[in-house]
Design a protein around this ligand. Sequence first.
Ligand code: ADP
Length: 550
Amino acid sequence: MAQYPQSPTMGQMMDRPLLISSIIEHADRYFGSNEIVSRRVEGDIHRYTYRDCHKRARQLANALAGLGVKMGERVGTIAWNGYRHMEAYYAISGSGAVLHTINPRLHPEQVAYIANHAEDQYILFDMTFLPLVEAFASHCNTVKGFILMGDRDRMPATTTIPNLMCYEDLIAANSAEFEWPLFDENAASSLCYTSGTTGNPKGALYSHRSTVLHSYASAMPDSLNVSARDTVLPVVPMFHVNAWGLPYSVPLTGAKMVFPGPALDGKSIYDLFEAEQVTFSAGVPTVWLGLLTYMAQNELKFSSFKRTVIGGSACPPAMMRAFRQQHGVEVVHAWGMTEMSPLGTCGTLQTKHLGLSEEGQMAVLAKQGHAIFGVDMKIVDDAGVELPWDGSTYGNLLVRGPWIISSYFKNEGGDVLVDGWFPTGDVATIDADGYMQITDRSKDVIKSGGEWIGTIDLENIAMAHPAVLQAACIGVFHPKWDERPLLLVVKKTGADVTKEALLAFYEGKIAKWWTPDDIAFIDALPVGATGKILKNKLREQFKDHVLPTA
Ligand code: ADP
């Protein structure tokens, strides 16, 4: 970690470390009766308060201490968004151990690799994942025991899982007398592995300080804008990048929390939104697509939902329009990465934009937005030379800030920073007002005759067509131009469009040479563990595709 010079005149403020435990303590003391509502894996709705959550987190902290978990040791979780997972978040990190959230959508072999790499001491899991745990448990080298997050009556009669314990028994057997320890705020708090589309997954190791700072910054009005008057439903999973920090920023502000558990289909989400009067939510575009489709099919409206943050992949303007214009829901387009805790930018309007037409405002909001305070960004060319902020010059996007990794866990991958900046692997423009727009991931950019074609624009245009549900664009081999765009399209149920009509839809919307050379209609797009379309799979699937112009 960088050391900075000390001034002879240091400030005289209290040196209270920024610790995660202080968030749940604050929620208990000041918002103790505010609710946490969870749709459980058991199928029912569970309700309790921040005070109850804090109490059970302390009981769990005592249980972990009793099991011999020490400061700095990793404890894994494989769980949906729910109250027990929240208790684990605070019990593990709060007691000085490291919460290692594991993505259950990974292959059992990858889970075992991650658990071994992290040297997890215990793994807590929701009963949904019993078969997954049975599949990898015997491959774990460091795990001393597994804890099923449920009541005794949910424990399997027989299992191959070694030292399987019952979560509710552990809670019941332990007292709530527990003082959260004070320690250096730079201590590791949680660990999340990137999904590793290429090579082995690498761990981003967050600290208490980075997490608390990220929580402050992400709650601000032009970030996620969470307050004590909100009811927040995180659709983004707690098993990946800490649900974009919501398990911290929501109790910090005192908002009511609603956890969706495993039911992430349009109907279940809609029903929970209405039953709990949710005002704010956050998720990736694929989940919102499910919700919007369900609502359109059933002609439904929201009665309380006001604002949503969409990120993880580019939010198509057509989706933003559907939320804004059909449902009166404000959309904040956000960008970030596992390596960035994750929030980097959020797209919101400034006073000077308020007089713009709807389309003028949409042009601002479609971008990934402004750096939230704490994050700094720049774009550079391949030689590392900084590029202008003119909204059209695109380059490699680099970032720095106190909640951005300086290296991966166990220094996997070696030095990752370039002159103190983290290279994101994204290609972007930044305009004169500082609004960043992602053109593409650098590995997805189509290189056509020495020029670059960004795929996000091409996909967004297709998705604005009324017959298109989803679109993904990839580069395929072309004898003259090296690569040309092939558009893969999933049509909406009951809707139709021809290749020619969809290609004609591009006219006037984009430089002619960017227009896809071909379109293939397919039934579904492959989606990875974090809800992103797997373009490497599509490239593999269509590697022999012959373009009509080739
Ligand atoms: P993974 O979950 O696959 O490990 P991350 O969640 O860290 O990866 O994904 C980060 C990447 O997702 C970014 O580098 C960027 O390419 C993409 N991404 C995230 N948000 C957006 C967005 N709003 N628009 C476009 N791309 C995005």
